[in-house]
Design a protein around this ligand. Structure first.
Ligand code: C5P
Length: 298
């Protein structure tokens, strides 16, 4: 399975709900930074084995607390099957706890893989429901493309977006835990430093036309102020990318990854080289979007 990272072209955070989640209005966008996930049946009674290779492996749990393992358990439960015996291998390229839904992507890949492995009679709509139960971003990892998310992010409608956008992904040191970033957002709102608001109407029009020069300045992320409050060094990364000619730059989701929208492929490659040379970031990647959601590759 191949499954993409997501970024949020816009992330508007609404009220905190009684269940602890926040109502969102977001525009998800899947980009070509991908994890590869292999799922194989294991001998009966052997349980689940999870192997992770690639960067930041030390930050990934290898037991049933991993969302990918939980995805197989939850799908088996919904299908009325016994606890599955599986070998799951994840080759990670998506940053761990980086604000790009890497864990959600792996869970989405496992859902699609297990459906196929078990020849399960479950349609896409029902699979999306299982995904939503696992996490707010898992349905979009199945869906891919560009889509508006409401509710806590799990209710999706496709967005019309023309052409291919070129992104430079700036990987930053350390991780940010999503609940901590939302808690910091709540604190900033309560103390009057931050306020929710704004409309995505202009961004939706710009996406329909597909000109990065129009889209870039309209990228918006309410959680950025919270991520910057927890990791002030990200401000310099953002400013540097914009000075180097990006049309727009934002913290991705809850961070700490920062993404920049370039004018096209050549501009993205130039920006990637310059950002890498700045010494401010742990690494850079060039990616395009939108791309498809979780897909079987063999
Ligand atoms: O749904 P998921 O498990 O990915 O969410 C992780 C955490 O992010 C939640 O426990 C919650 O603290 C926060 N969150 C939120 N509102 C959302 C989505 C996530 O407060 N809409």
């Amino acid at each position: 399975m191949s499954v993409p990272a997501k970024i949020n072209l816009s992330l508007r955070v609404g009220a905190r709900r009684p269940d602890g989640y926040h109502d969102l209005s977001t525009i998800f966008h899947a980009i070509s930074l991908r994890d590869e996930v292999t799922v194989e049946s294991a001998p009966a009674g052997s349980g689940r084995t999870l192997e992770v290779t690639g960067g930041q492996v030390d930050d990934v749990p290898l037991d049933d607390s991993n969302l990918a393992a939980r995805a197989s358990i939850e799908l088996a439960r919904v299908l009325g099957l016994p606890e599955p015996d599986l070998r799951i291998h994840i080759a990670k390229s998506i940053p761990v706890a980086g604000g790009m839904a890497g864990g959600s992507a792996d869970a989405a890949a496992v859902l699609v893989a297990c459906r196929r492995l078990w020849s399960a009679d479950i349609d896409d709509a029902a699979l999306l429901q299982v995904a939503a139960k696992l996490g707010s971003d898992v349905p979009f990892s199945l869906h891919g493309g560009t889509a508006r998310g409401t509710g806590r992010g799990e209710m999706l409608t496709s967005v019309l977006a023309r052409g291919e956008l070129h992104w430079v992904v700036a990987l930053n040191e350390g991780t940010l835990q999503t609940p901590a970033v939302y808690a910091e957002w709540d604190r900033l709102v309560e103390s009057g430093v931050a306020a929710p608001g704004g409309s995505d109407d202009d961004l939706l029009v710009a996406l329909r036309h597909g000109d990065p020069a129009d889209i870039g300045p309209l990228l918006a992320n309410d959680l950025q102020v919270a991520a910057l409050s927890l990791k002030p060094a990200l401000q310099t990364v953002l400013e540097t990318g914009l000075e180097l000619g990006a049309h727009g730059g934002i913290v991705s989701g809850s961070g700490p990854t920062v993404v920049f929208l370039a004018d096209g492929r050549d501009a993205a490659l130039d920006l990637a080289v310059a950002l890498s040379g700045s010494g401010l970031v742990r690494g850079v990647r060039h990616a395009v979007g939108p791309v498809a959601g979780a897909q079987v590759i063999r």
